[in-house]
Design a binder for this molecule. Structure first.
Ligand code: PLP
Length: 427
């Protein structure tokens, strides 16, 4: 498996030790990386530099919506890059306008701002909320315990997990965290300074916990009563991963009182670009014009290349009915994982999630995992790697499965076979 990187410097040549050496010498050690050096991918499969194949159930953390090396993405990239790669936001270009229109049509009447990542999309929501409450001196945003909202300074301040804040105090003021799926806790936490509530519909980094429709309806009512913005961080659960464009739309399916539900703001990234970096936030009317000229901006956000790819991703998802696929294959995976929890309760506690955003919770105290500092989740994922499958640990005991939205049925079955083999080996 040589020569994957085009004309690499002689030292690299896809040699594992050389590549890792480049990292340890030159790349900041901010990530606890697994011992895998990836080379290339096709569809739901990835190869490392030694030629070992992995079934990708991690999707680059919920990003690779169309799998790897999708020809439509390659084509969009090549075609757009021949015309116009970058403009800045001093000028108009068609792709940004068209992508905004797609998102408005998919979410609701409002407007969109484009960024380059999920963290930046959330920064936009924070600024929207601050602008909204500014003249009344309100600035505080309530978020949920166990939430995750990105690694910017405001993002870690908003995140309801201490581990991301450690060493970076003092936090940006104006964020407090309350228990998830608990409307009363949120009601009790509101202060005269509160201006918004921000939650994930499906907590991703927090271990795949789905908001109930009652919770979302309760928050909507609370926000209306107390003049607060209801903001959804759909960076991980958005863009058809749950089987609908937005997770709240999926949660409200078949809930009669939910059909008119709309949040006031939604942040997006990840599957939106299916691997090409792009983020966005949508704001409902009448808040969509709150951030006027000069109040917010980015050099790259919404560039022609990113928007052309995101438009193509939208087109493929719609044409190939990938929302339906996410729902169907997601159900299959979840029901099989639940079967494992019934057959091997000493290893698998439960499975939960919606669409292709699924968490497998391991039982505590698996004896084969004792005697090391590494969490159960990390050790389980390492065994998956050995068996040729990628997945993402979430917290200490949850494994996240966030595969491409076009995962085939036989690939899903193959994934279950691998997971089951690991589970069996731990009994
Ligand atoms: N919000 C949520 C819910 C996320 O899961 C993430 C990333 O995992 C982010 C925000 C941050 O996105 P990014 O890493 O693109 O900045």
């Amino acid at each position: 498996m040589k020569d994957i990187v085009p004309s690499p410097p002689a030292i690299v040549r896809n040699d594992v030790a050389a590549i890792k050496g480049l990292f340890s010498k030159n790349v900041m050690p901010t990530y606890g990386r697994f011992d895998i050096v990836l080379s290339h991918g096709v569809g739901s499969w990835l190869w490392d530099t030694a030629g070992k194949r992995y079934l990708d159930f991690g999707g680059g953390i919920a990003v690779s919506a169309l799998g790897h090396a999708h020809p439509a993405i390659t084509e969009a990239l090549v075609e757009q890059s021949r015309k116009l790669v970058h403009t800045s936001n001093l000028y108009f270009h068609e792709a940004q306008g068209r992508l905004a229109e797609k998102l408005v049509n998919a979410i609701g009447s409002g407007k969109v701002f484009f960024s380059n990542s999920g963290g930046e999309a959330n920064e936009g929501l924070f600024k929207l909320a601050r602008k909204f409450g500014h003249d009344e001196g309100r600035f505080e945003i309530l978020t949920a315990q166990n939430s995750f909202h990105g690694r910017t300074l405001a993002g870690i301040s908003a995140t309801g997990q201490d581990k991301v804040k450690k060493g970076f105090e003092p936090m940006v003021p104006g964020f407090r965290h309350v228990p998830f799926n608990d409307v009363e806790a949120m009601r009790n936490a509101i202060s005269p300074a509160t201006v918004a509530i921000l939650i994930e519909c499906v907590q991703g980094e927090g271990g795949i916990t789905v908001a109930t429709p009652e919770y979302l309806l309760g928050l909507r009512q609370l926000c209306d009563e107390r003049k607060l913005l209801l903001l959804l961080d759909s960076v991980q659960d958005g863009h058809f991963r749950t089987g609908r464009c937005q997770a709240f739309q999926r949660i409200f399916e078949n809930v009669p009182s939910g059909e008119n539900f709309l949040p006031d703001g939604v942040s997006m990234a990840k599957s939106l670009g299916a691997g090409f970096p792009i983020g966005a936030f949508w704001a409902r009317q009448p808040f969509a014009d709150l951030l006027g000229a000069g109040s917010h901006g980015t050099t790259y956000g919404g560039g022609p290349l990113a928007c052309a790819v995101a438009l193509k991703v939208f087109e493929v998802i719609e044409r190939e009915k990938l929302a339906d696929n996410a729902r169907l294959i997601g159900e299959l995976l979840k029901s099989e994982l639940l079967r494992l929890s019934r057959e091997y309760p000493q290893v698998v506690k439960t499975a939960r999630g919606v669409g292709l955003m699924i968490g497998l919770e391991l039982a505590p105290g698996i004896s084969a995992f004792s005697g090391t500092e590494k969490s159960h989740a990390v050790q389980f994922v390492s065994r998956l790697h050995e068996a040729g499958m990628l997945a993402i640990p979430s917290g200490t005991h949850v494994i996240r499965f966030l595969p491409p939205l076009n995962l085939h049925r036989d690939e899903a079955e193959k994934g279950i076979t691998i997971v089951e083999s690991i589970v069996r080996s731990l009994v």
